[in-house]
Design a protein around this ligand. Sequence first.
Ligand code: KG4
Ligand code: ZN
Length: 348
Amino acid sequence: MRVLGIETTCDETAVSVVESDRDGEGRILSNEILSQIKAHQAYGGVVPEIAARAHIEVIDVLVKQALLTAGMKLSDMDGIAAAAGPGLIGGVMVGLTTGKALALVAQKPFLAVNHLEAHALSPRLTDGVNFPFLLLLASGGHSQLLFVRGVGDYVRLGTTIDDAIGEAFDKVAKMLGLPYPGGPEVEKLALEGNPEQFAFPRPMHGRKEPDFSLSGLKTAVRIEAEKIAPLTLTDIKNICASFQAAIVDVVADRTKMALKVARADFAEPTAIVVAGGVAANLAMRRALHRVASDNGLPLVAPPVALCTDNGAMIAWAGIERLRLGLMDGLDFAPRARWALEAKVSPHV
Ligand code: KG4
Ligand code: ZN
């Protein structure tokens, strides 16, 4: 089974061809991606209108390139998948319309994929993880702890009540005058800073509901930075290290709590999985690895290129849905907001 997947929900235009063999194992045949980071950097964040226009300019070329790299024609596909949300609506429309047009022309099944579901299922492509698993989804727009029981069967155990984890990295970076996206910059500078220089708070620590609240931490960083301004490079490195230590502690604590809830209320997971852009952070991975191994579970983190937004995860989610006959009509509307529904079965 082969599916072409299109991703345009944020600032990456991405197209990929993924194949699954008879045993259900996935193989990425092409994974084309064009980041718009440079176009947005001057504004310190993603500008929706610029994003939508940039997607339009490159999407056709990227589709051609993805097929070329895979050595395939459109007619070789068994389905066409496109992210239909959640995300910046202008960009979503570009990818969704392109996907529908390709499906119509080639007379192939169309799959409207939820971007979050694609992140959630990606470790099954990269590591063949079996259901059920505990997923920490940590990106610029989303922070969720989900119990993934099957395709379309997600229980949301916890979420953020204010900023997303990646967003907190980005906002702290901006405060310190670092470029967008802030996560990688903060991680790099943190390597040379003292994580104990500043005692930043660990919001929600120990709280029974595995939710996040990060705006207090962000404010604490702002207050400290203003107190010691003007900042030297050493100050910036120490703030980055201390902030990263705090947010890593918070995420590890919240994940531990989610695991407790999953075990008590649902079932034993096969693994703890981390996905989304923040999963690229090595300090975060180390801390989560400890949580997993303390609990006798493996930690699965897709390779960095597949943690951040990409087309392969959309194609793979398309394959998982196509296998189950979950196709969509060409009238499927783009969605700026689209929560992964928590379908709690009557047995739990
Ligand atoms: O999943 P993603 O590519 O896009 C969406 O937001 O959907 O995630 C991007 C986010 C940004 O907030 C970025 O700062 C963060 O992931 N990020 C990181 C790192 N690399 C990317 N955060 C912390 N450490 C990193 N190394
Ligand atoms: Zn994403």
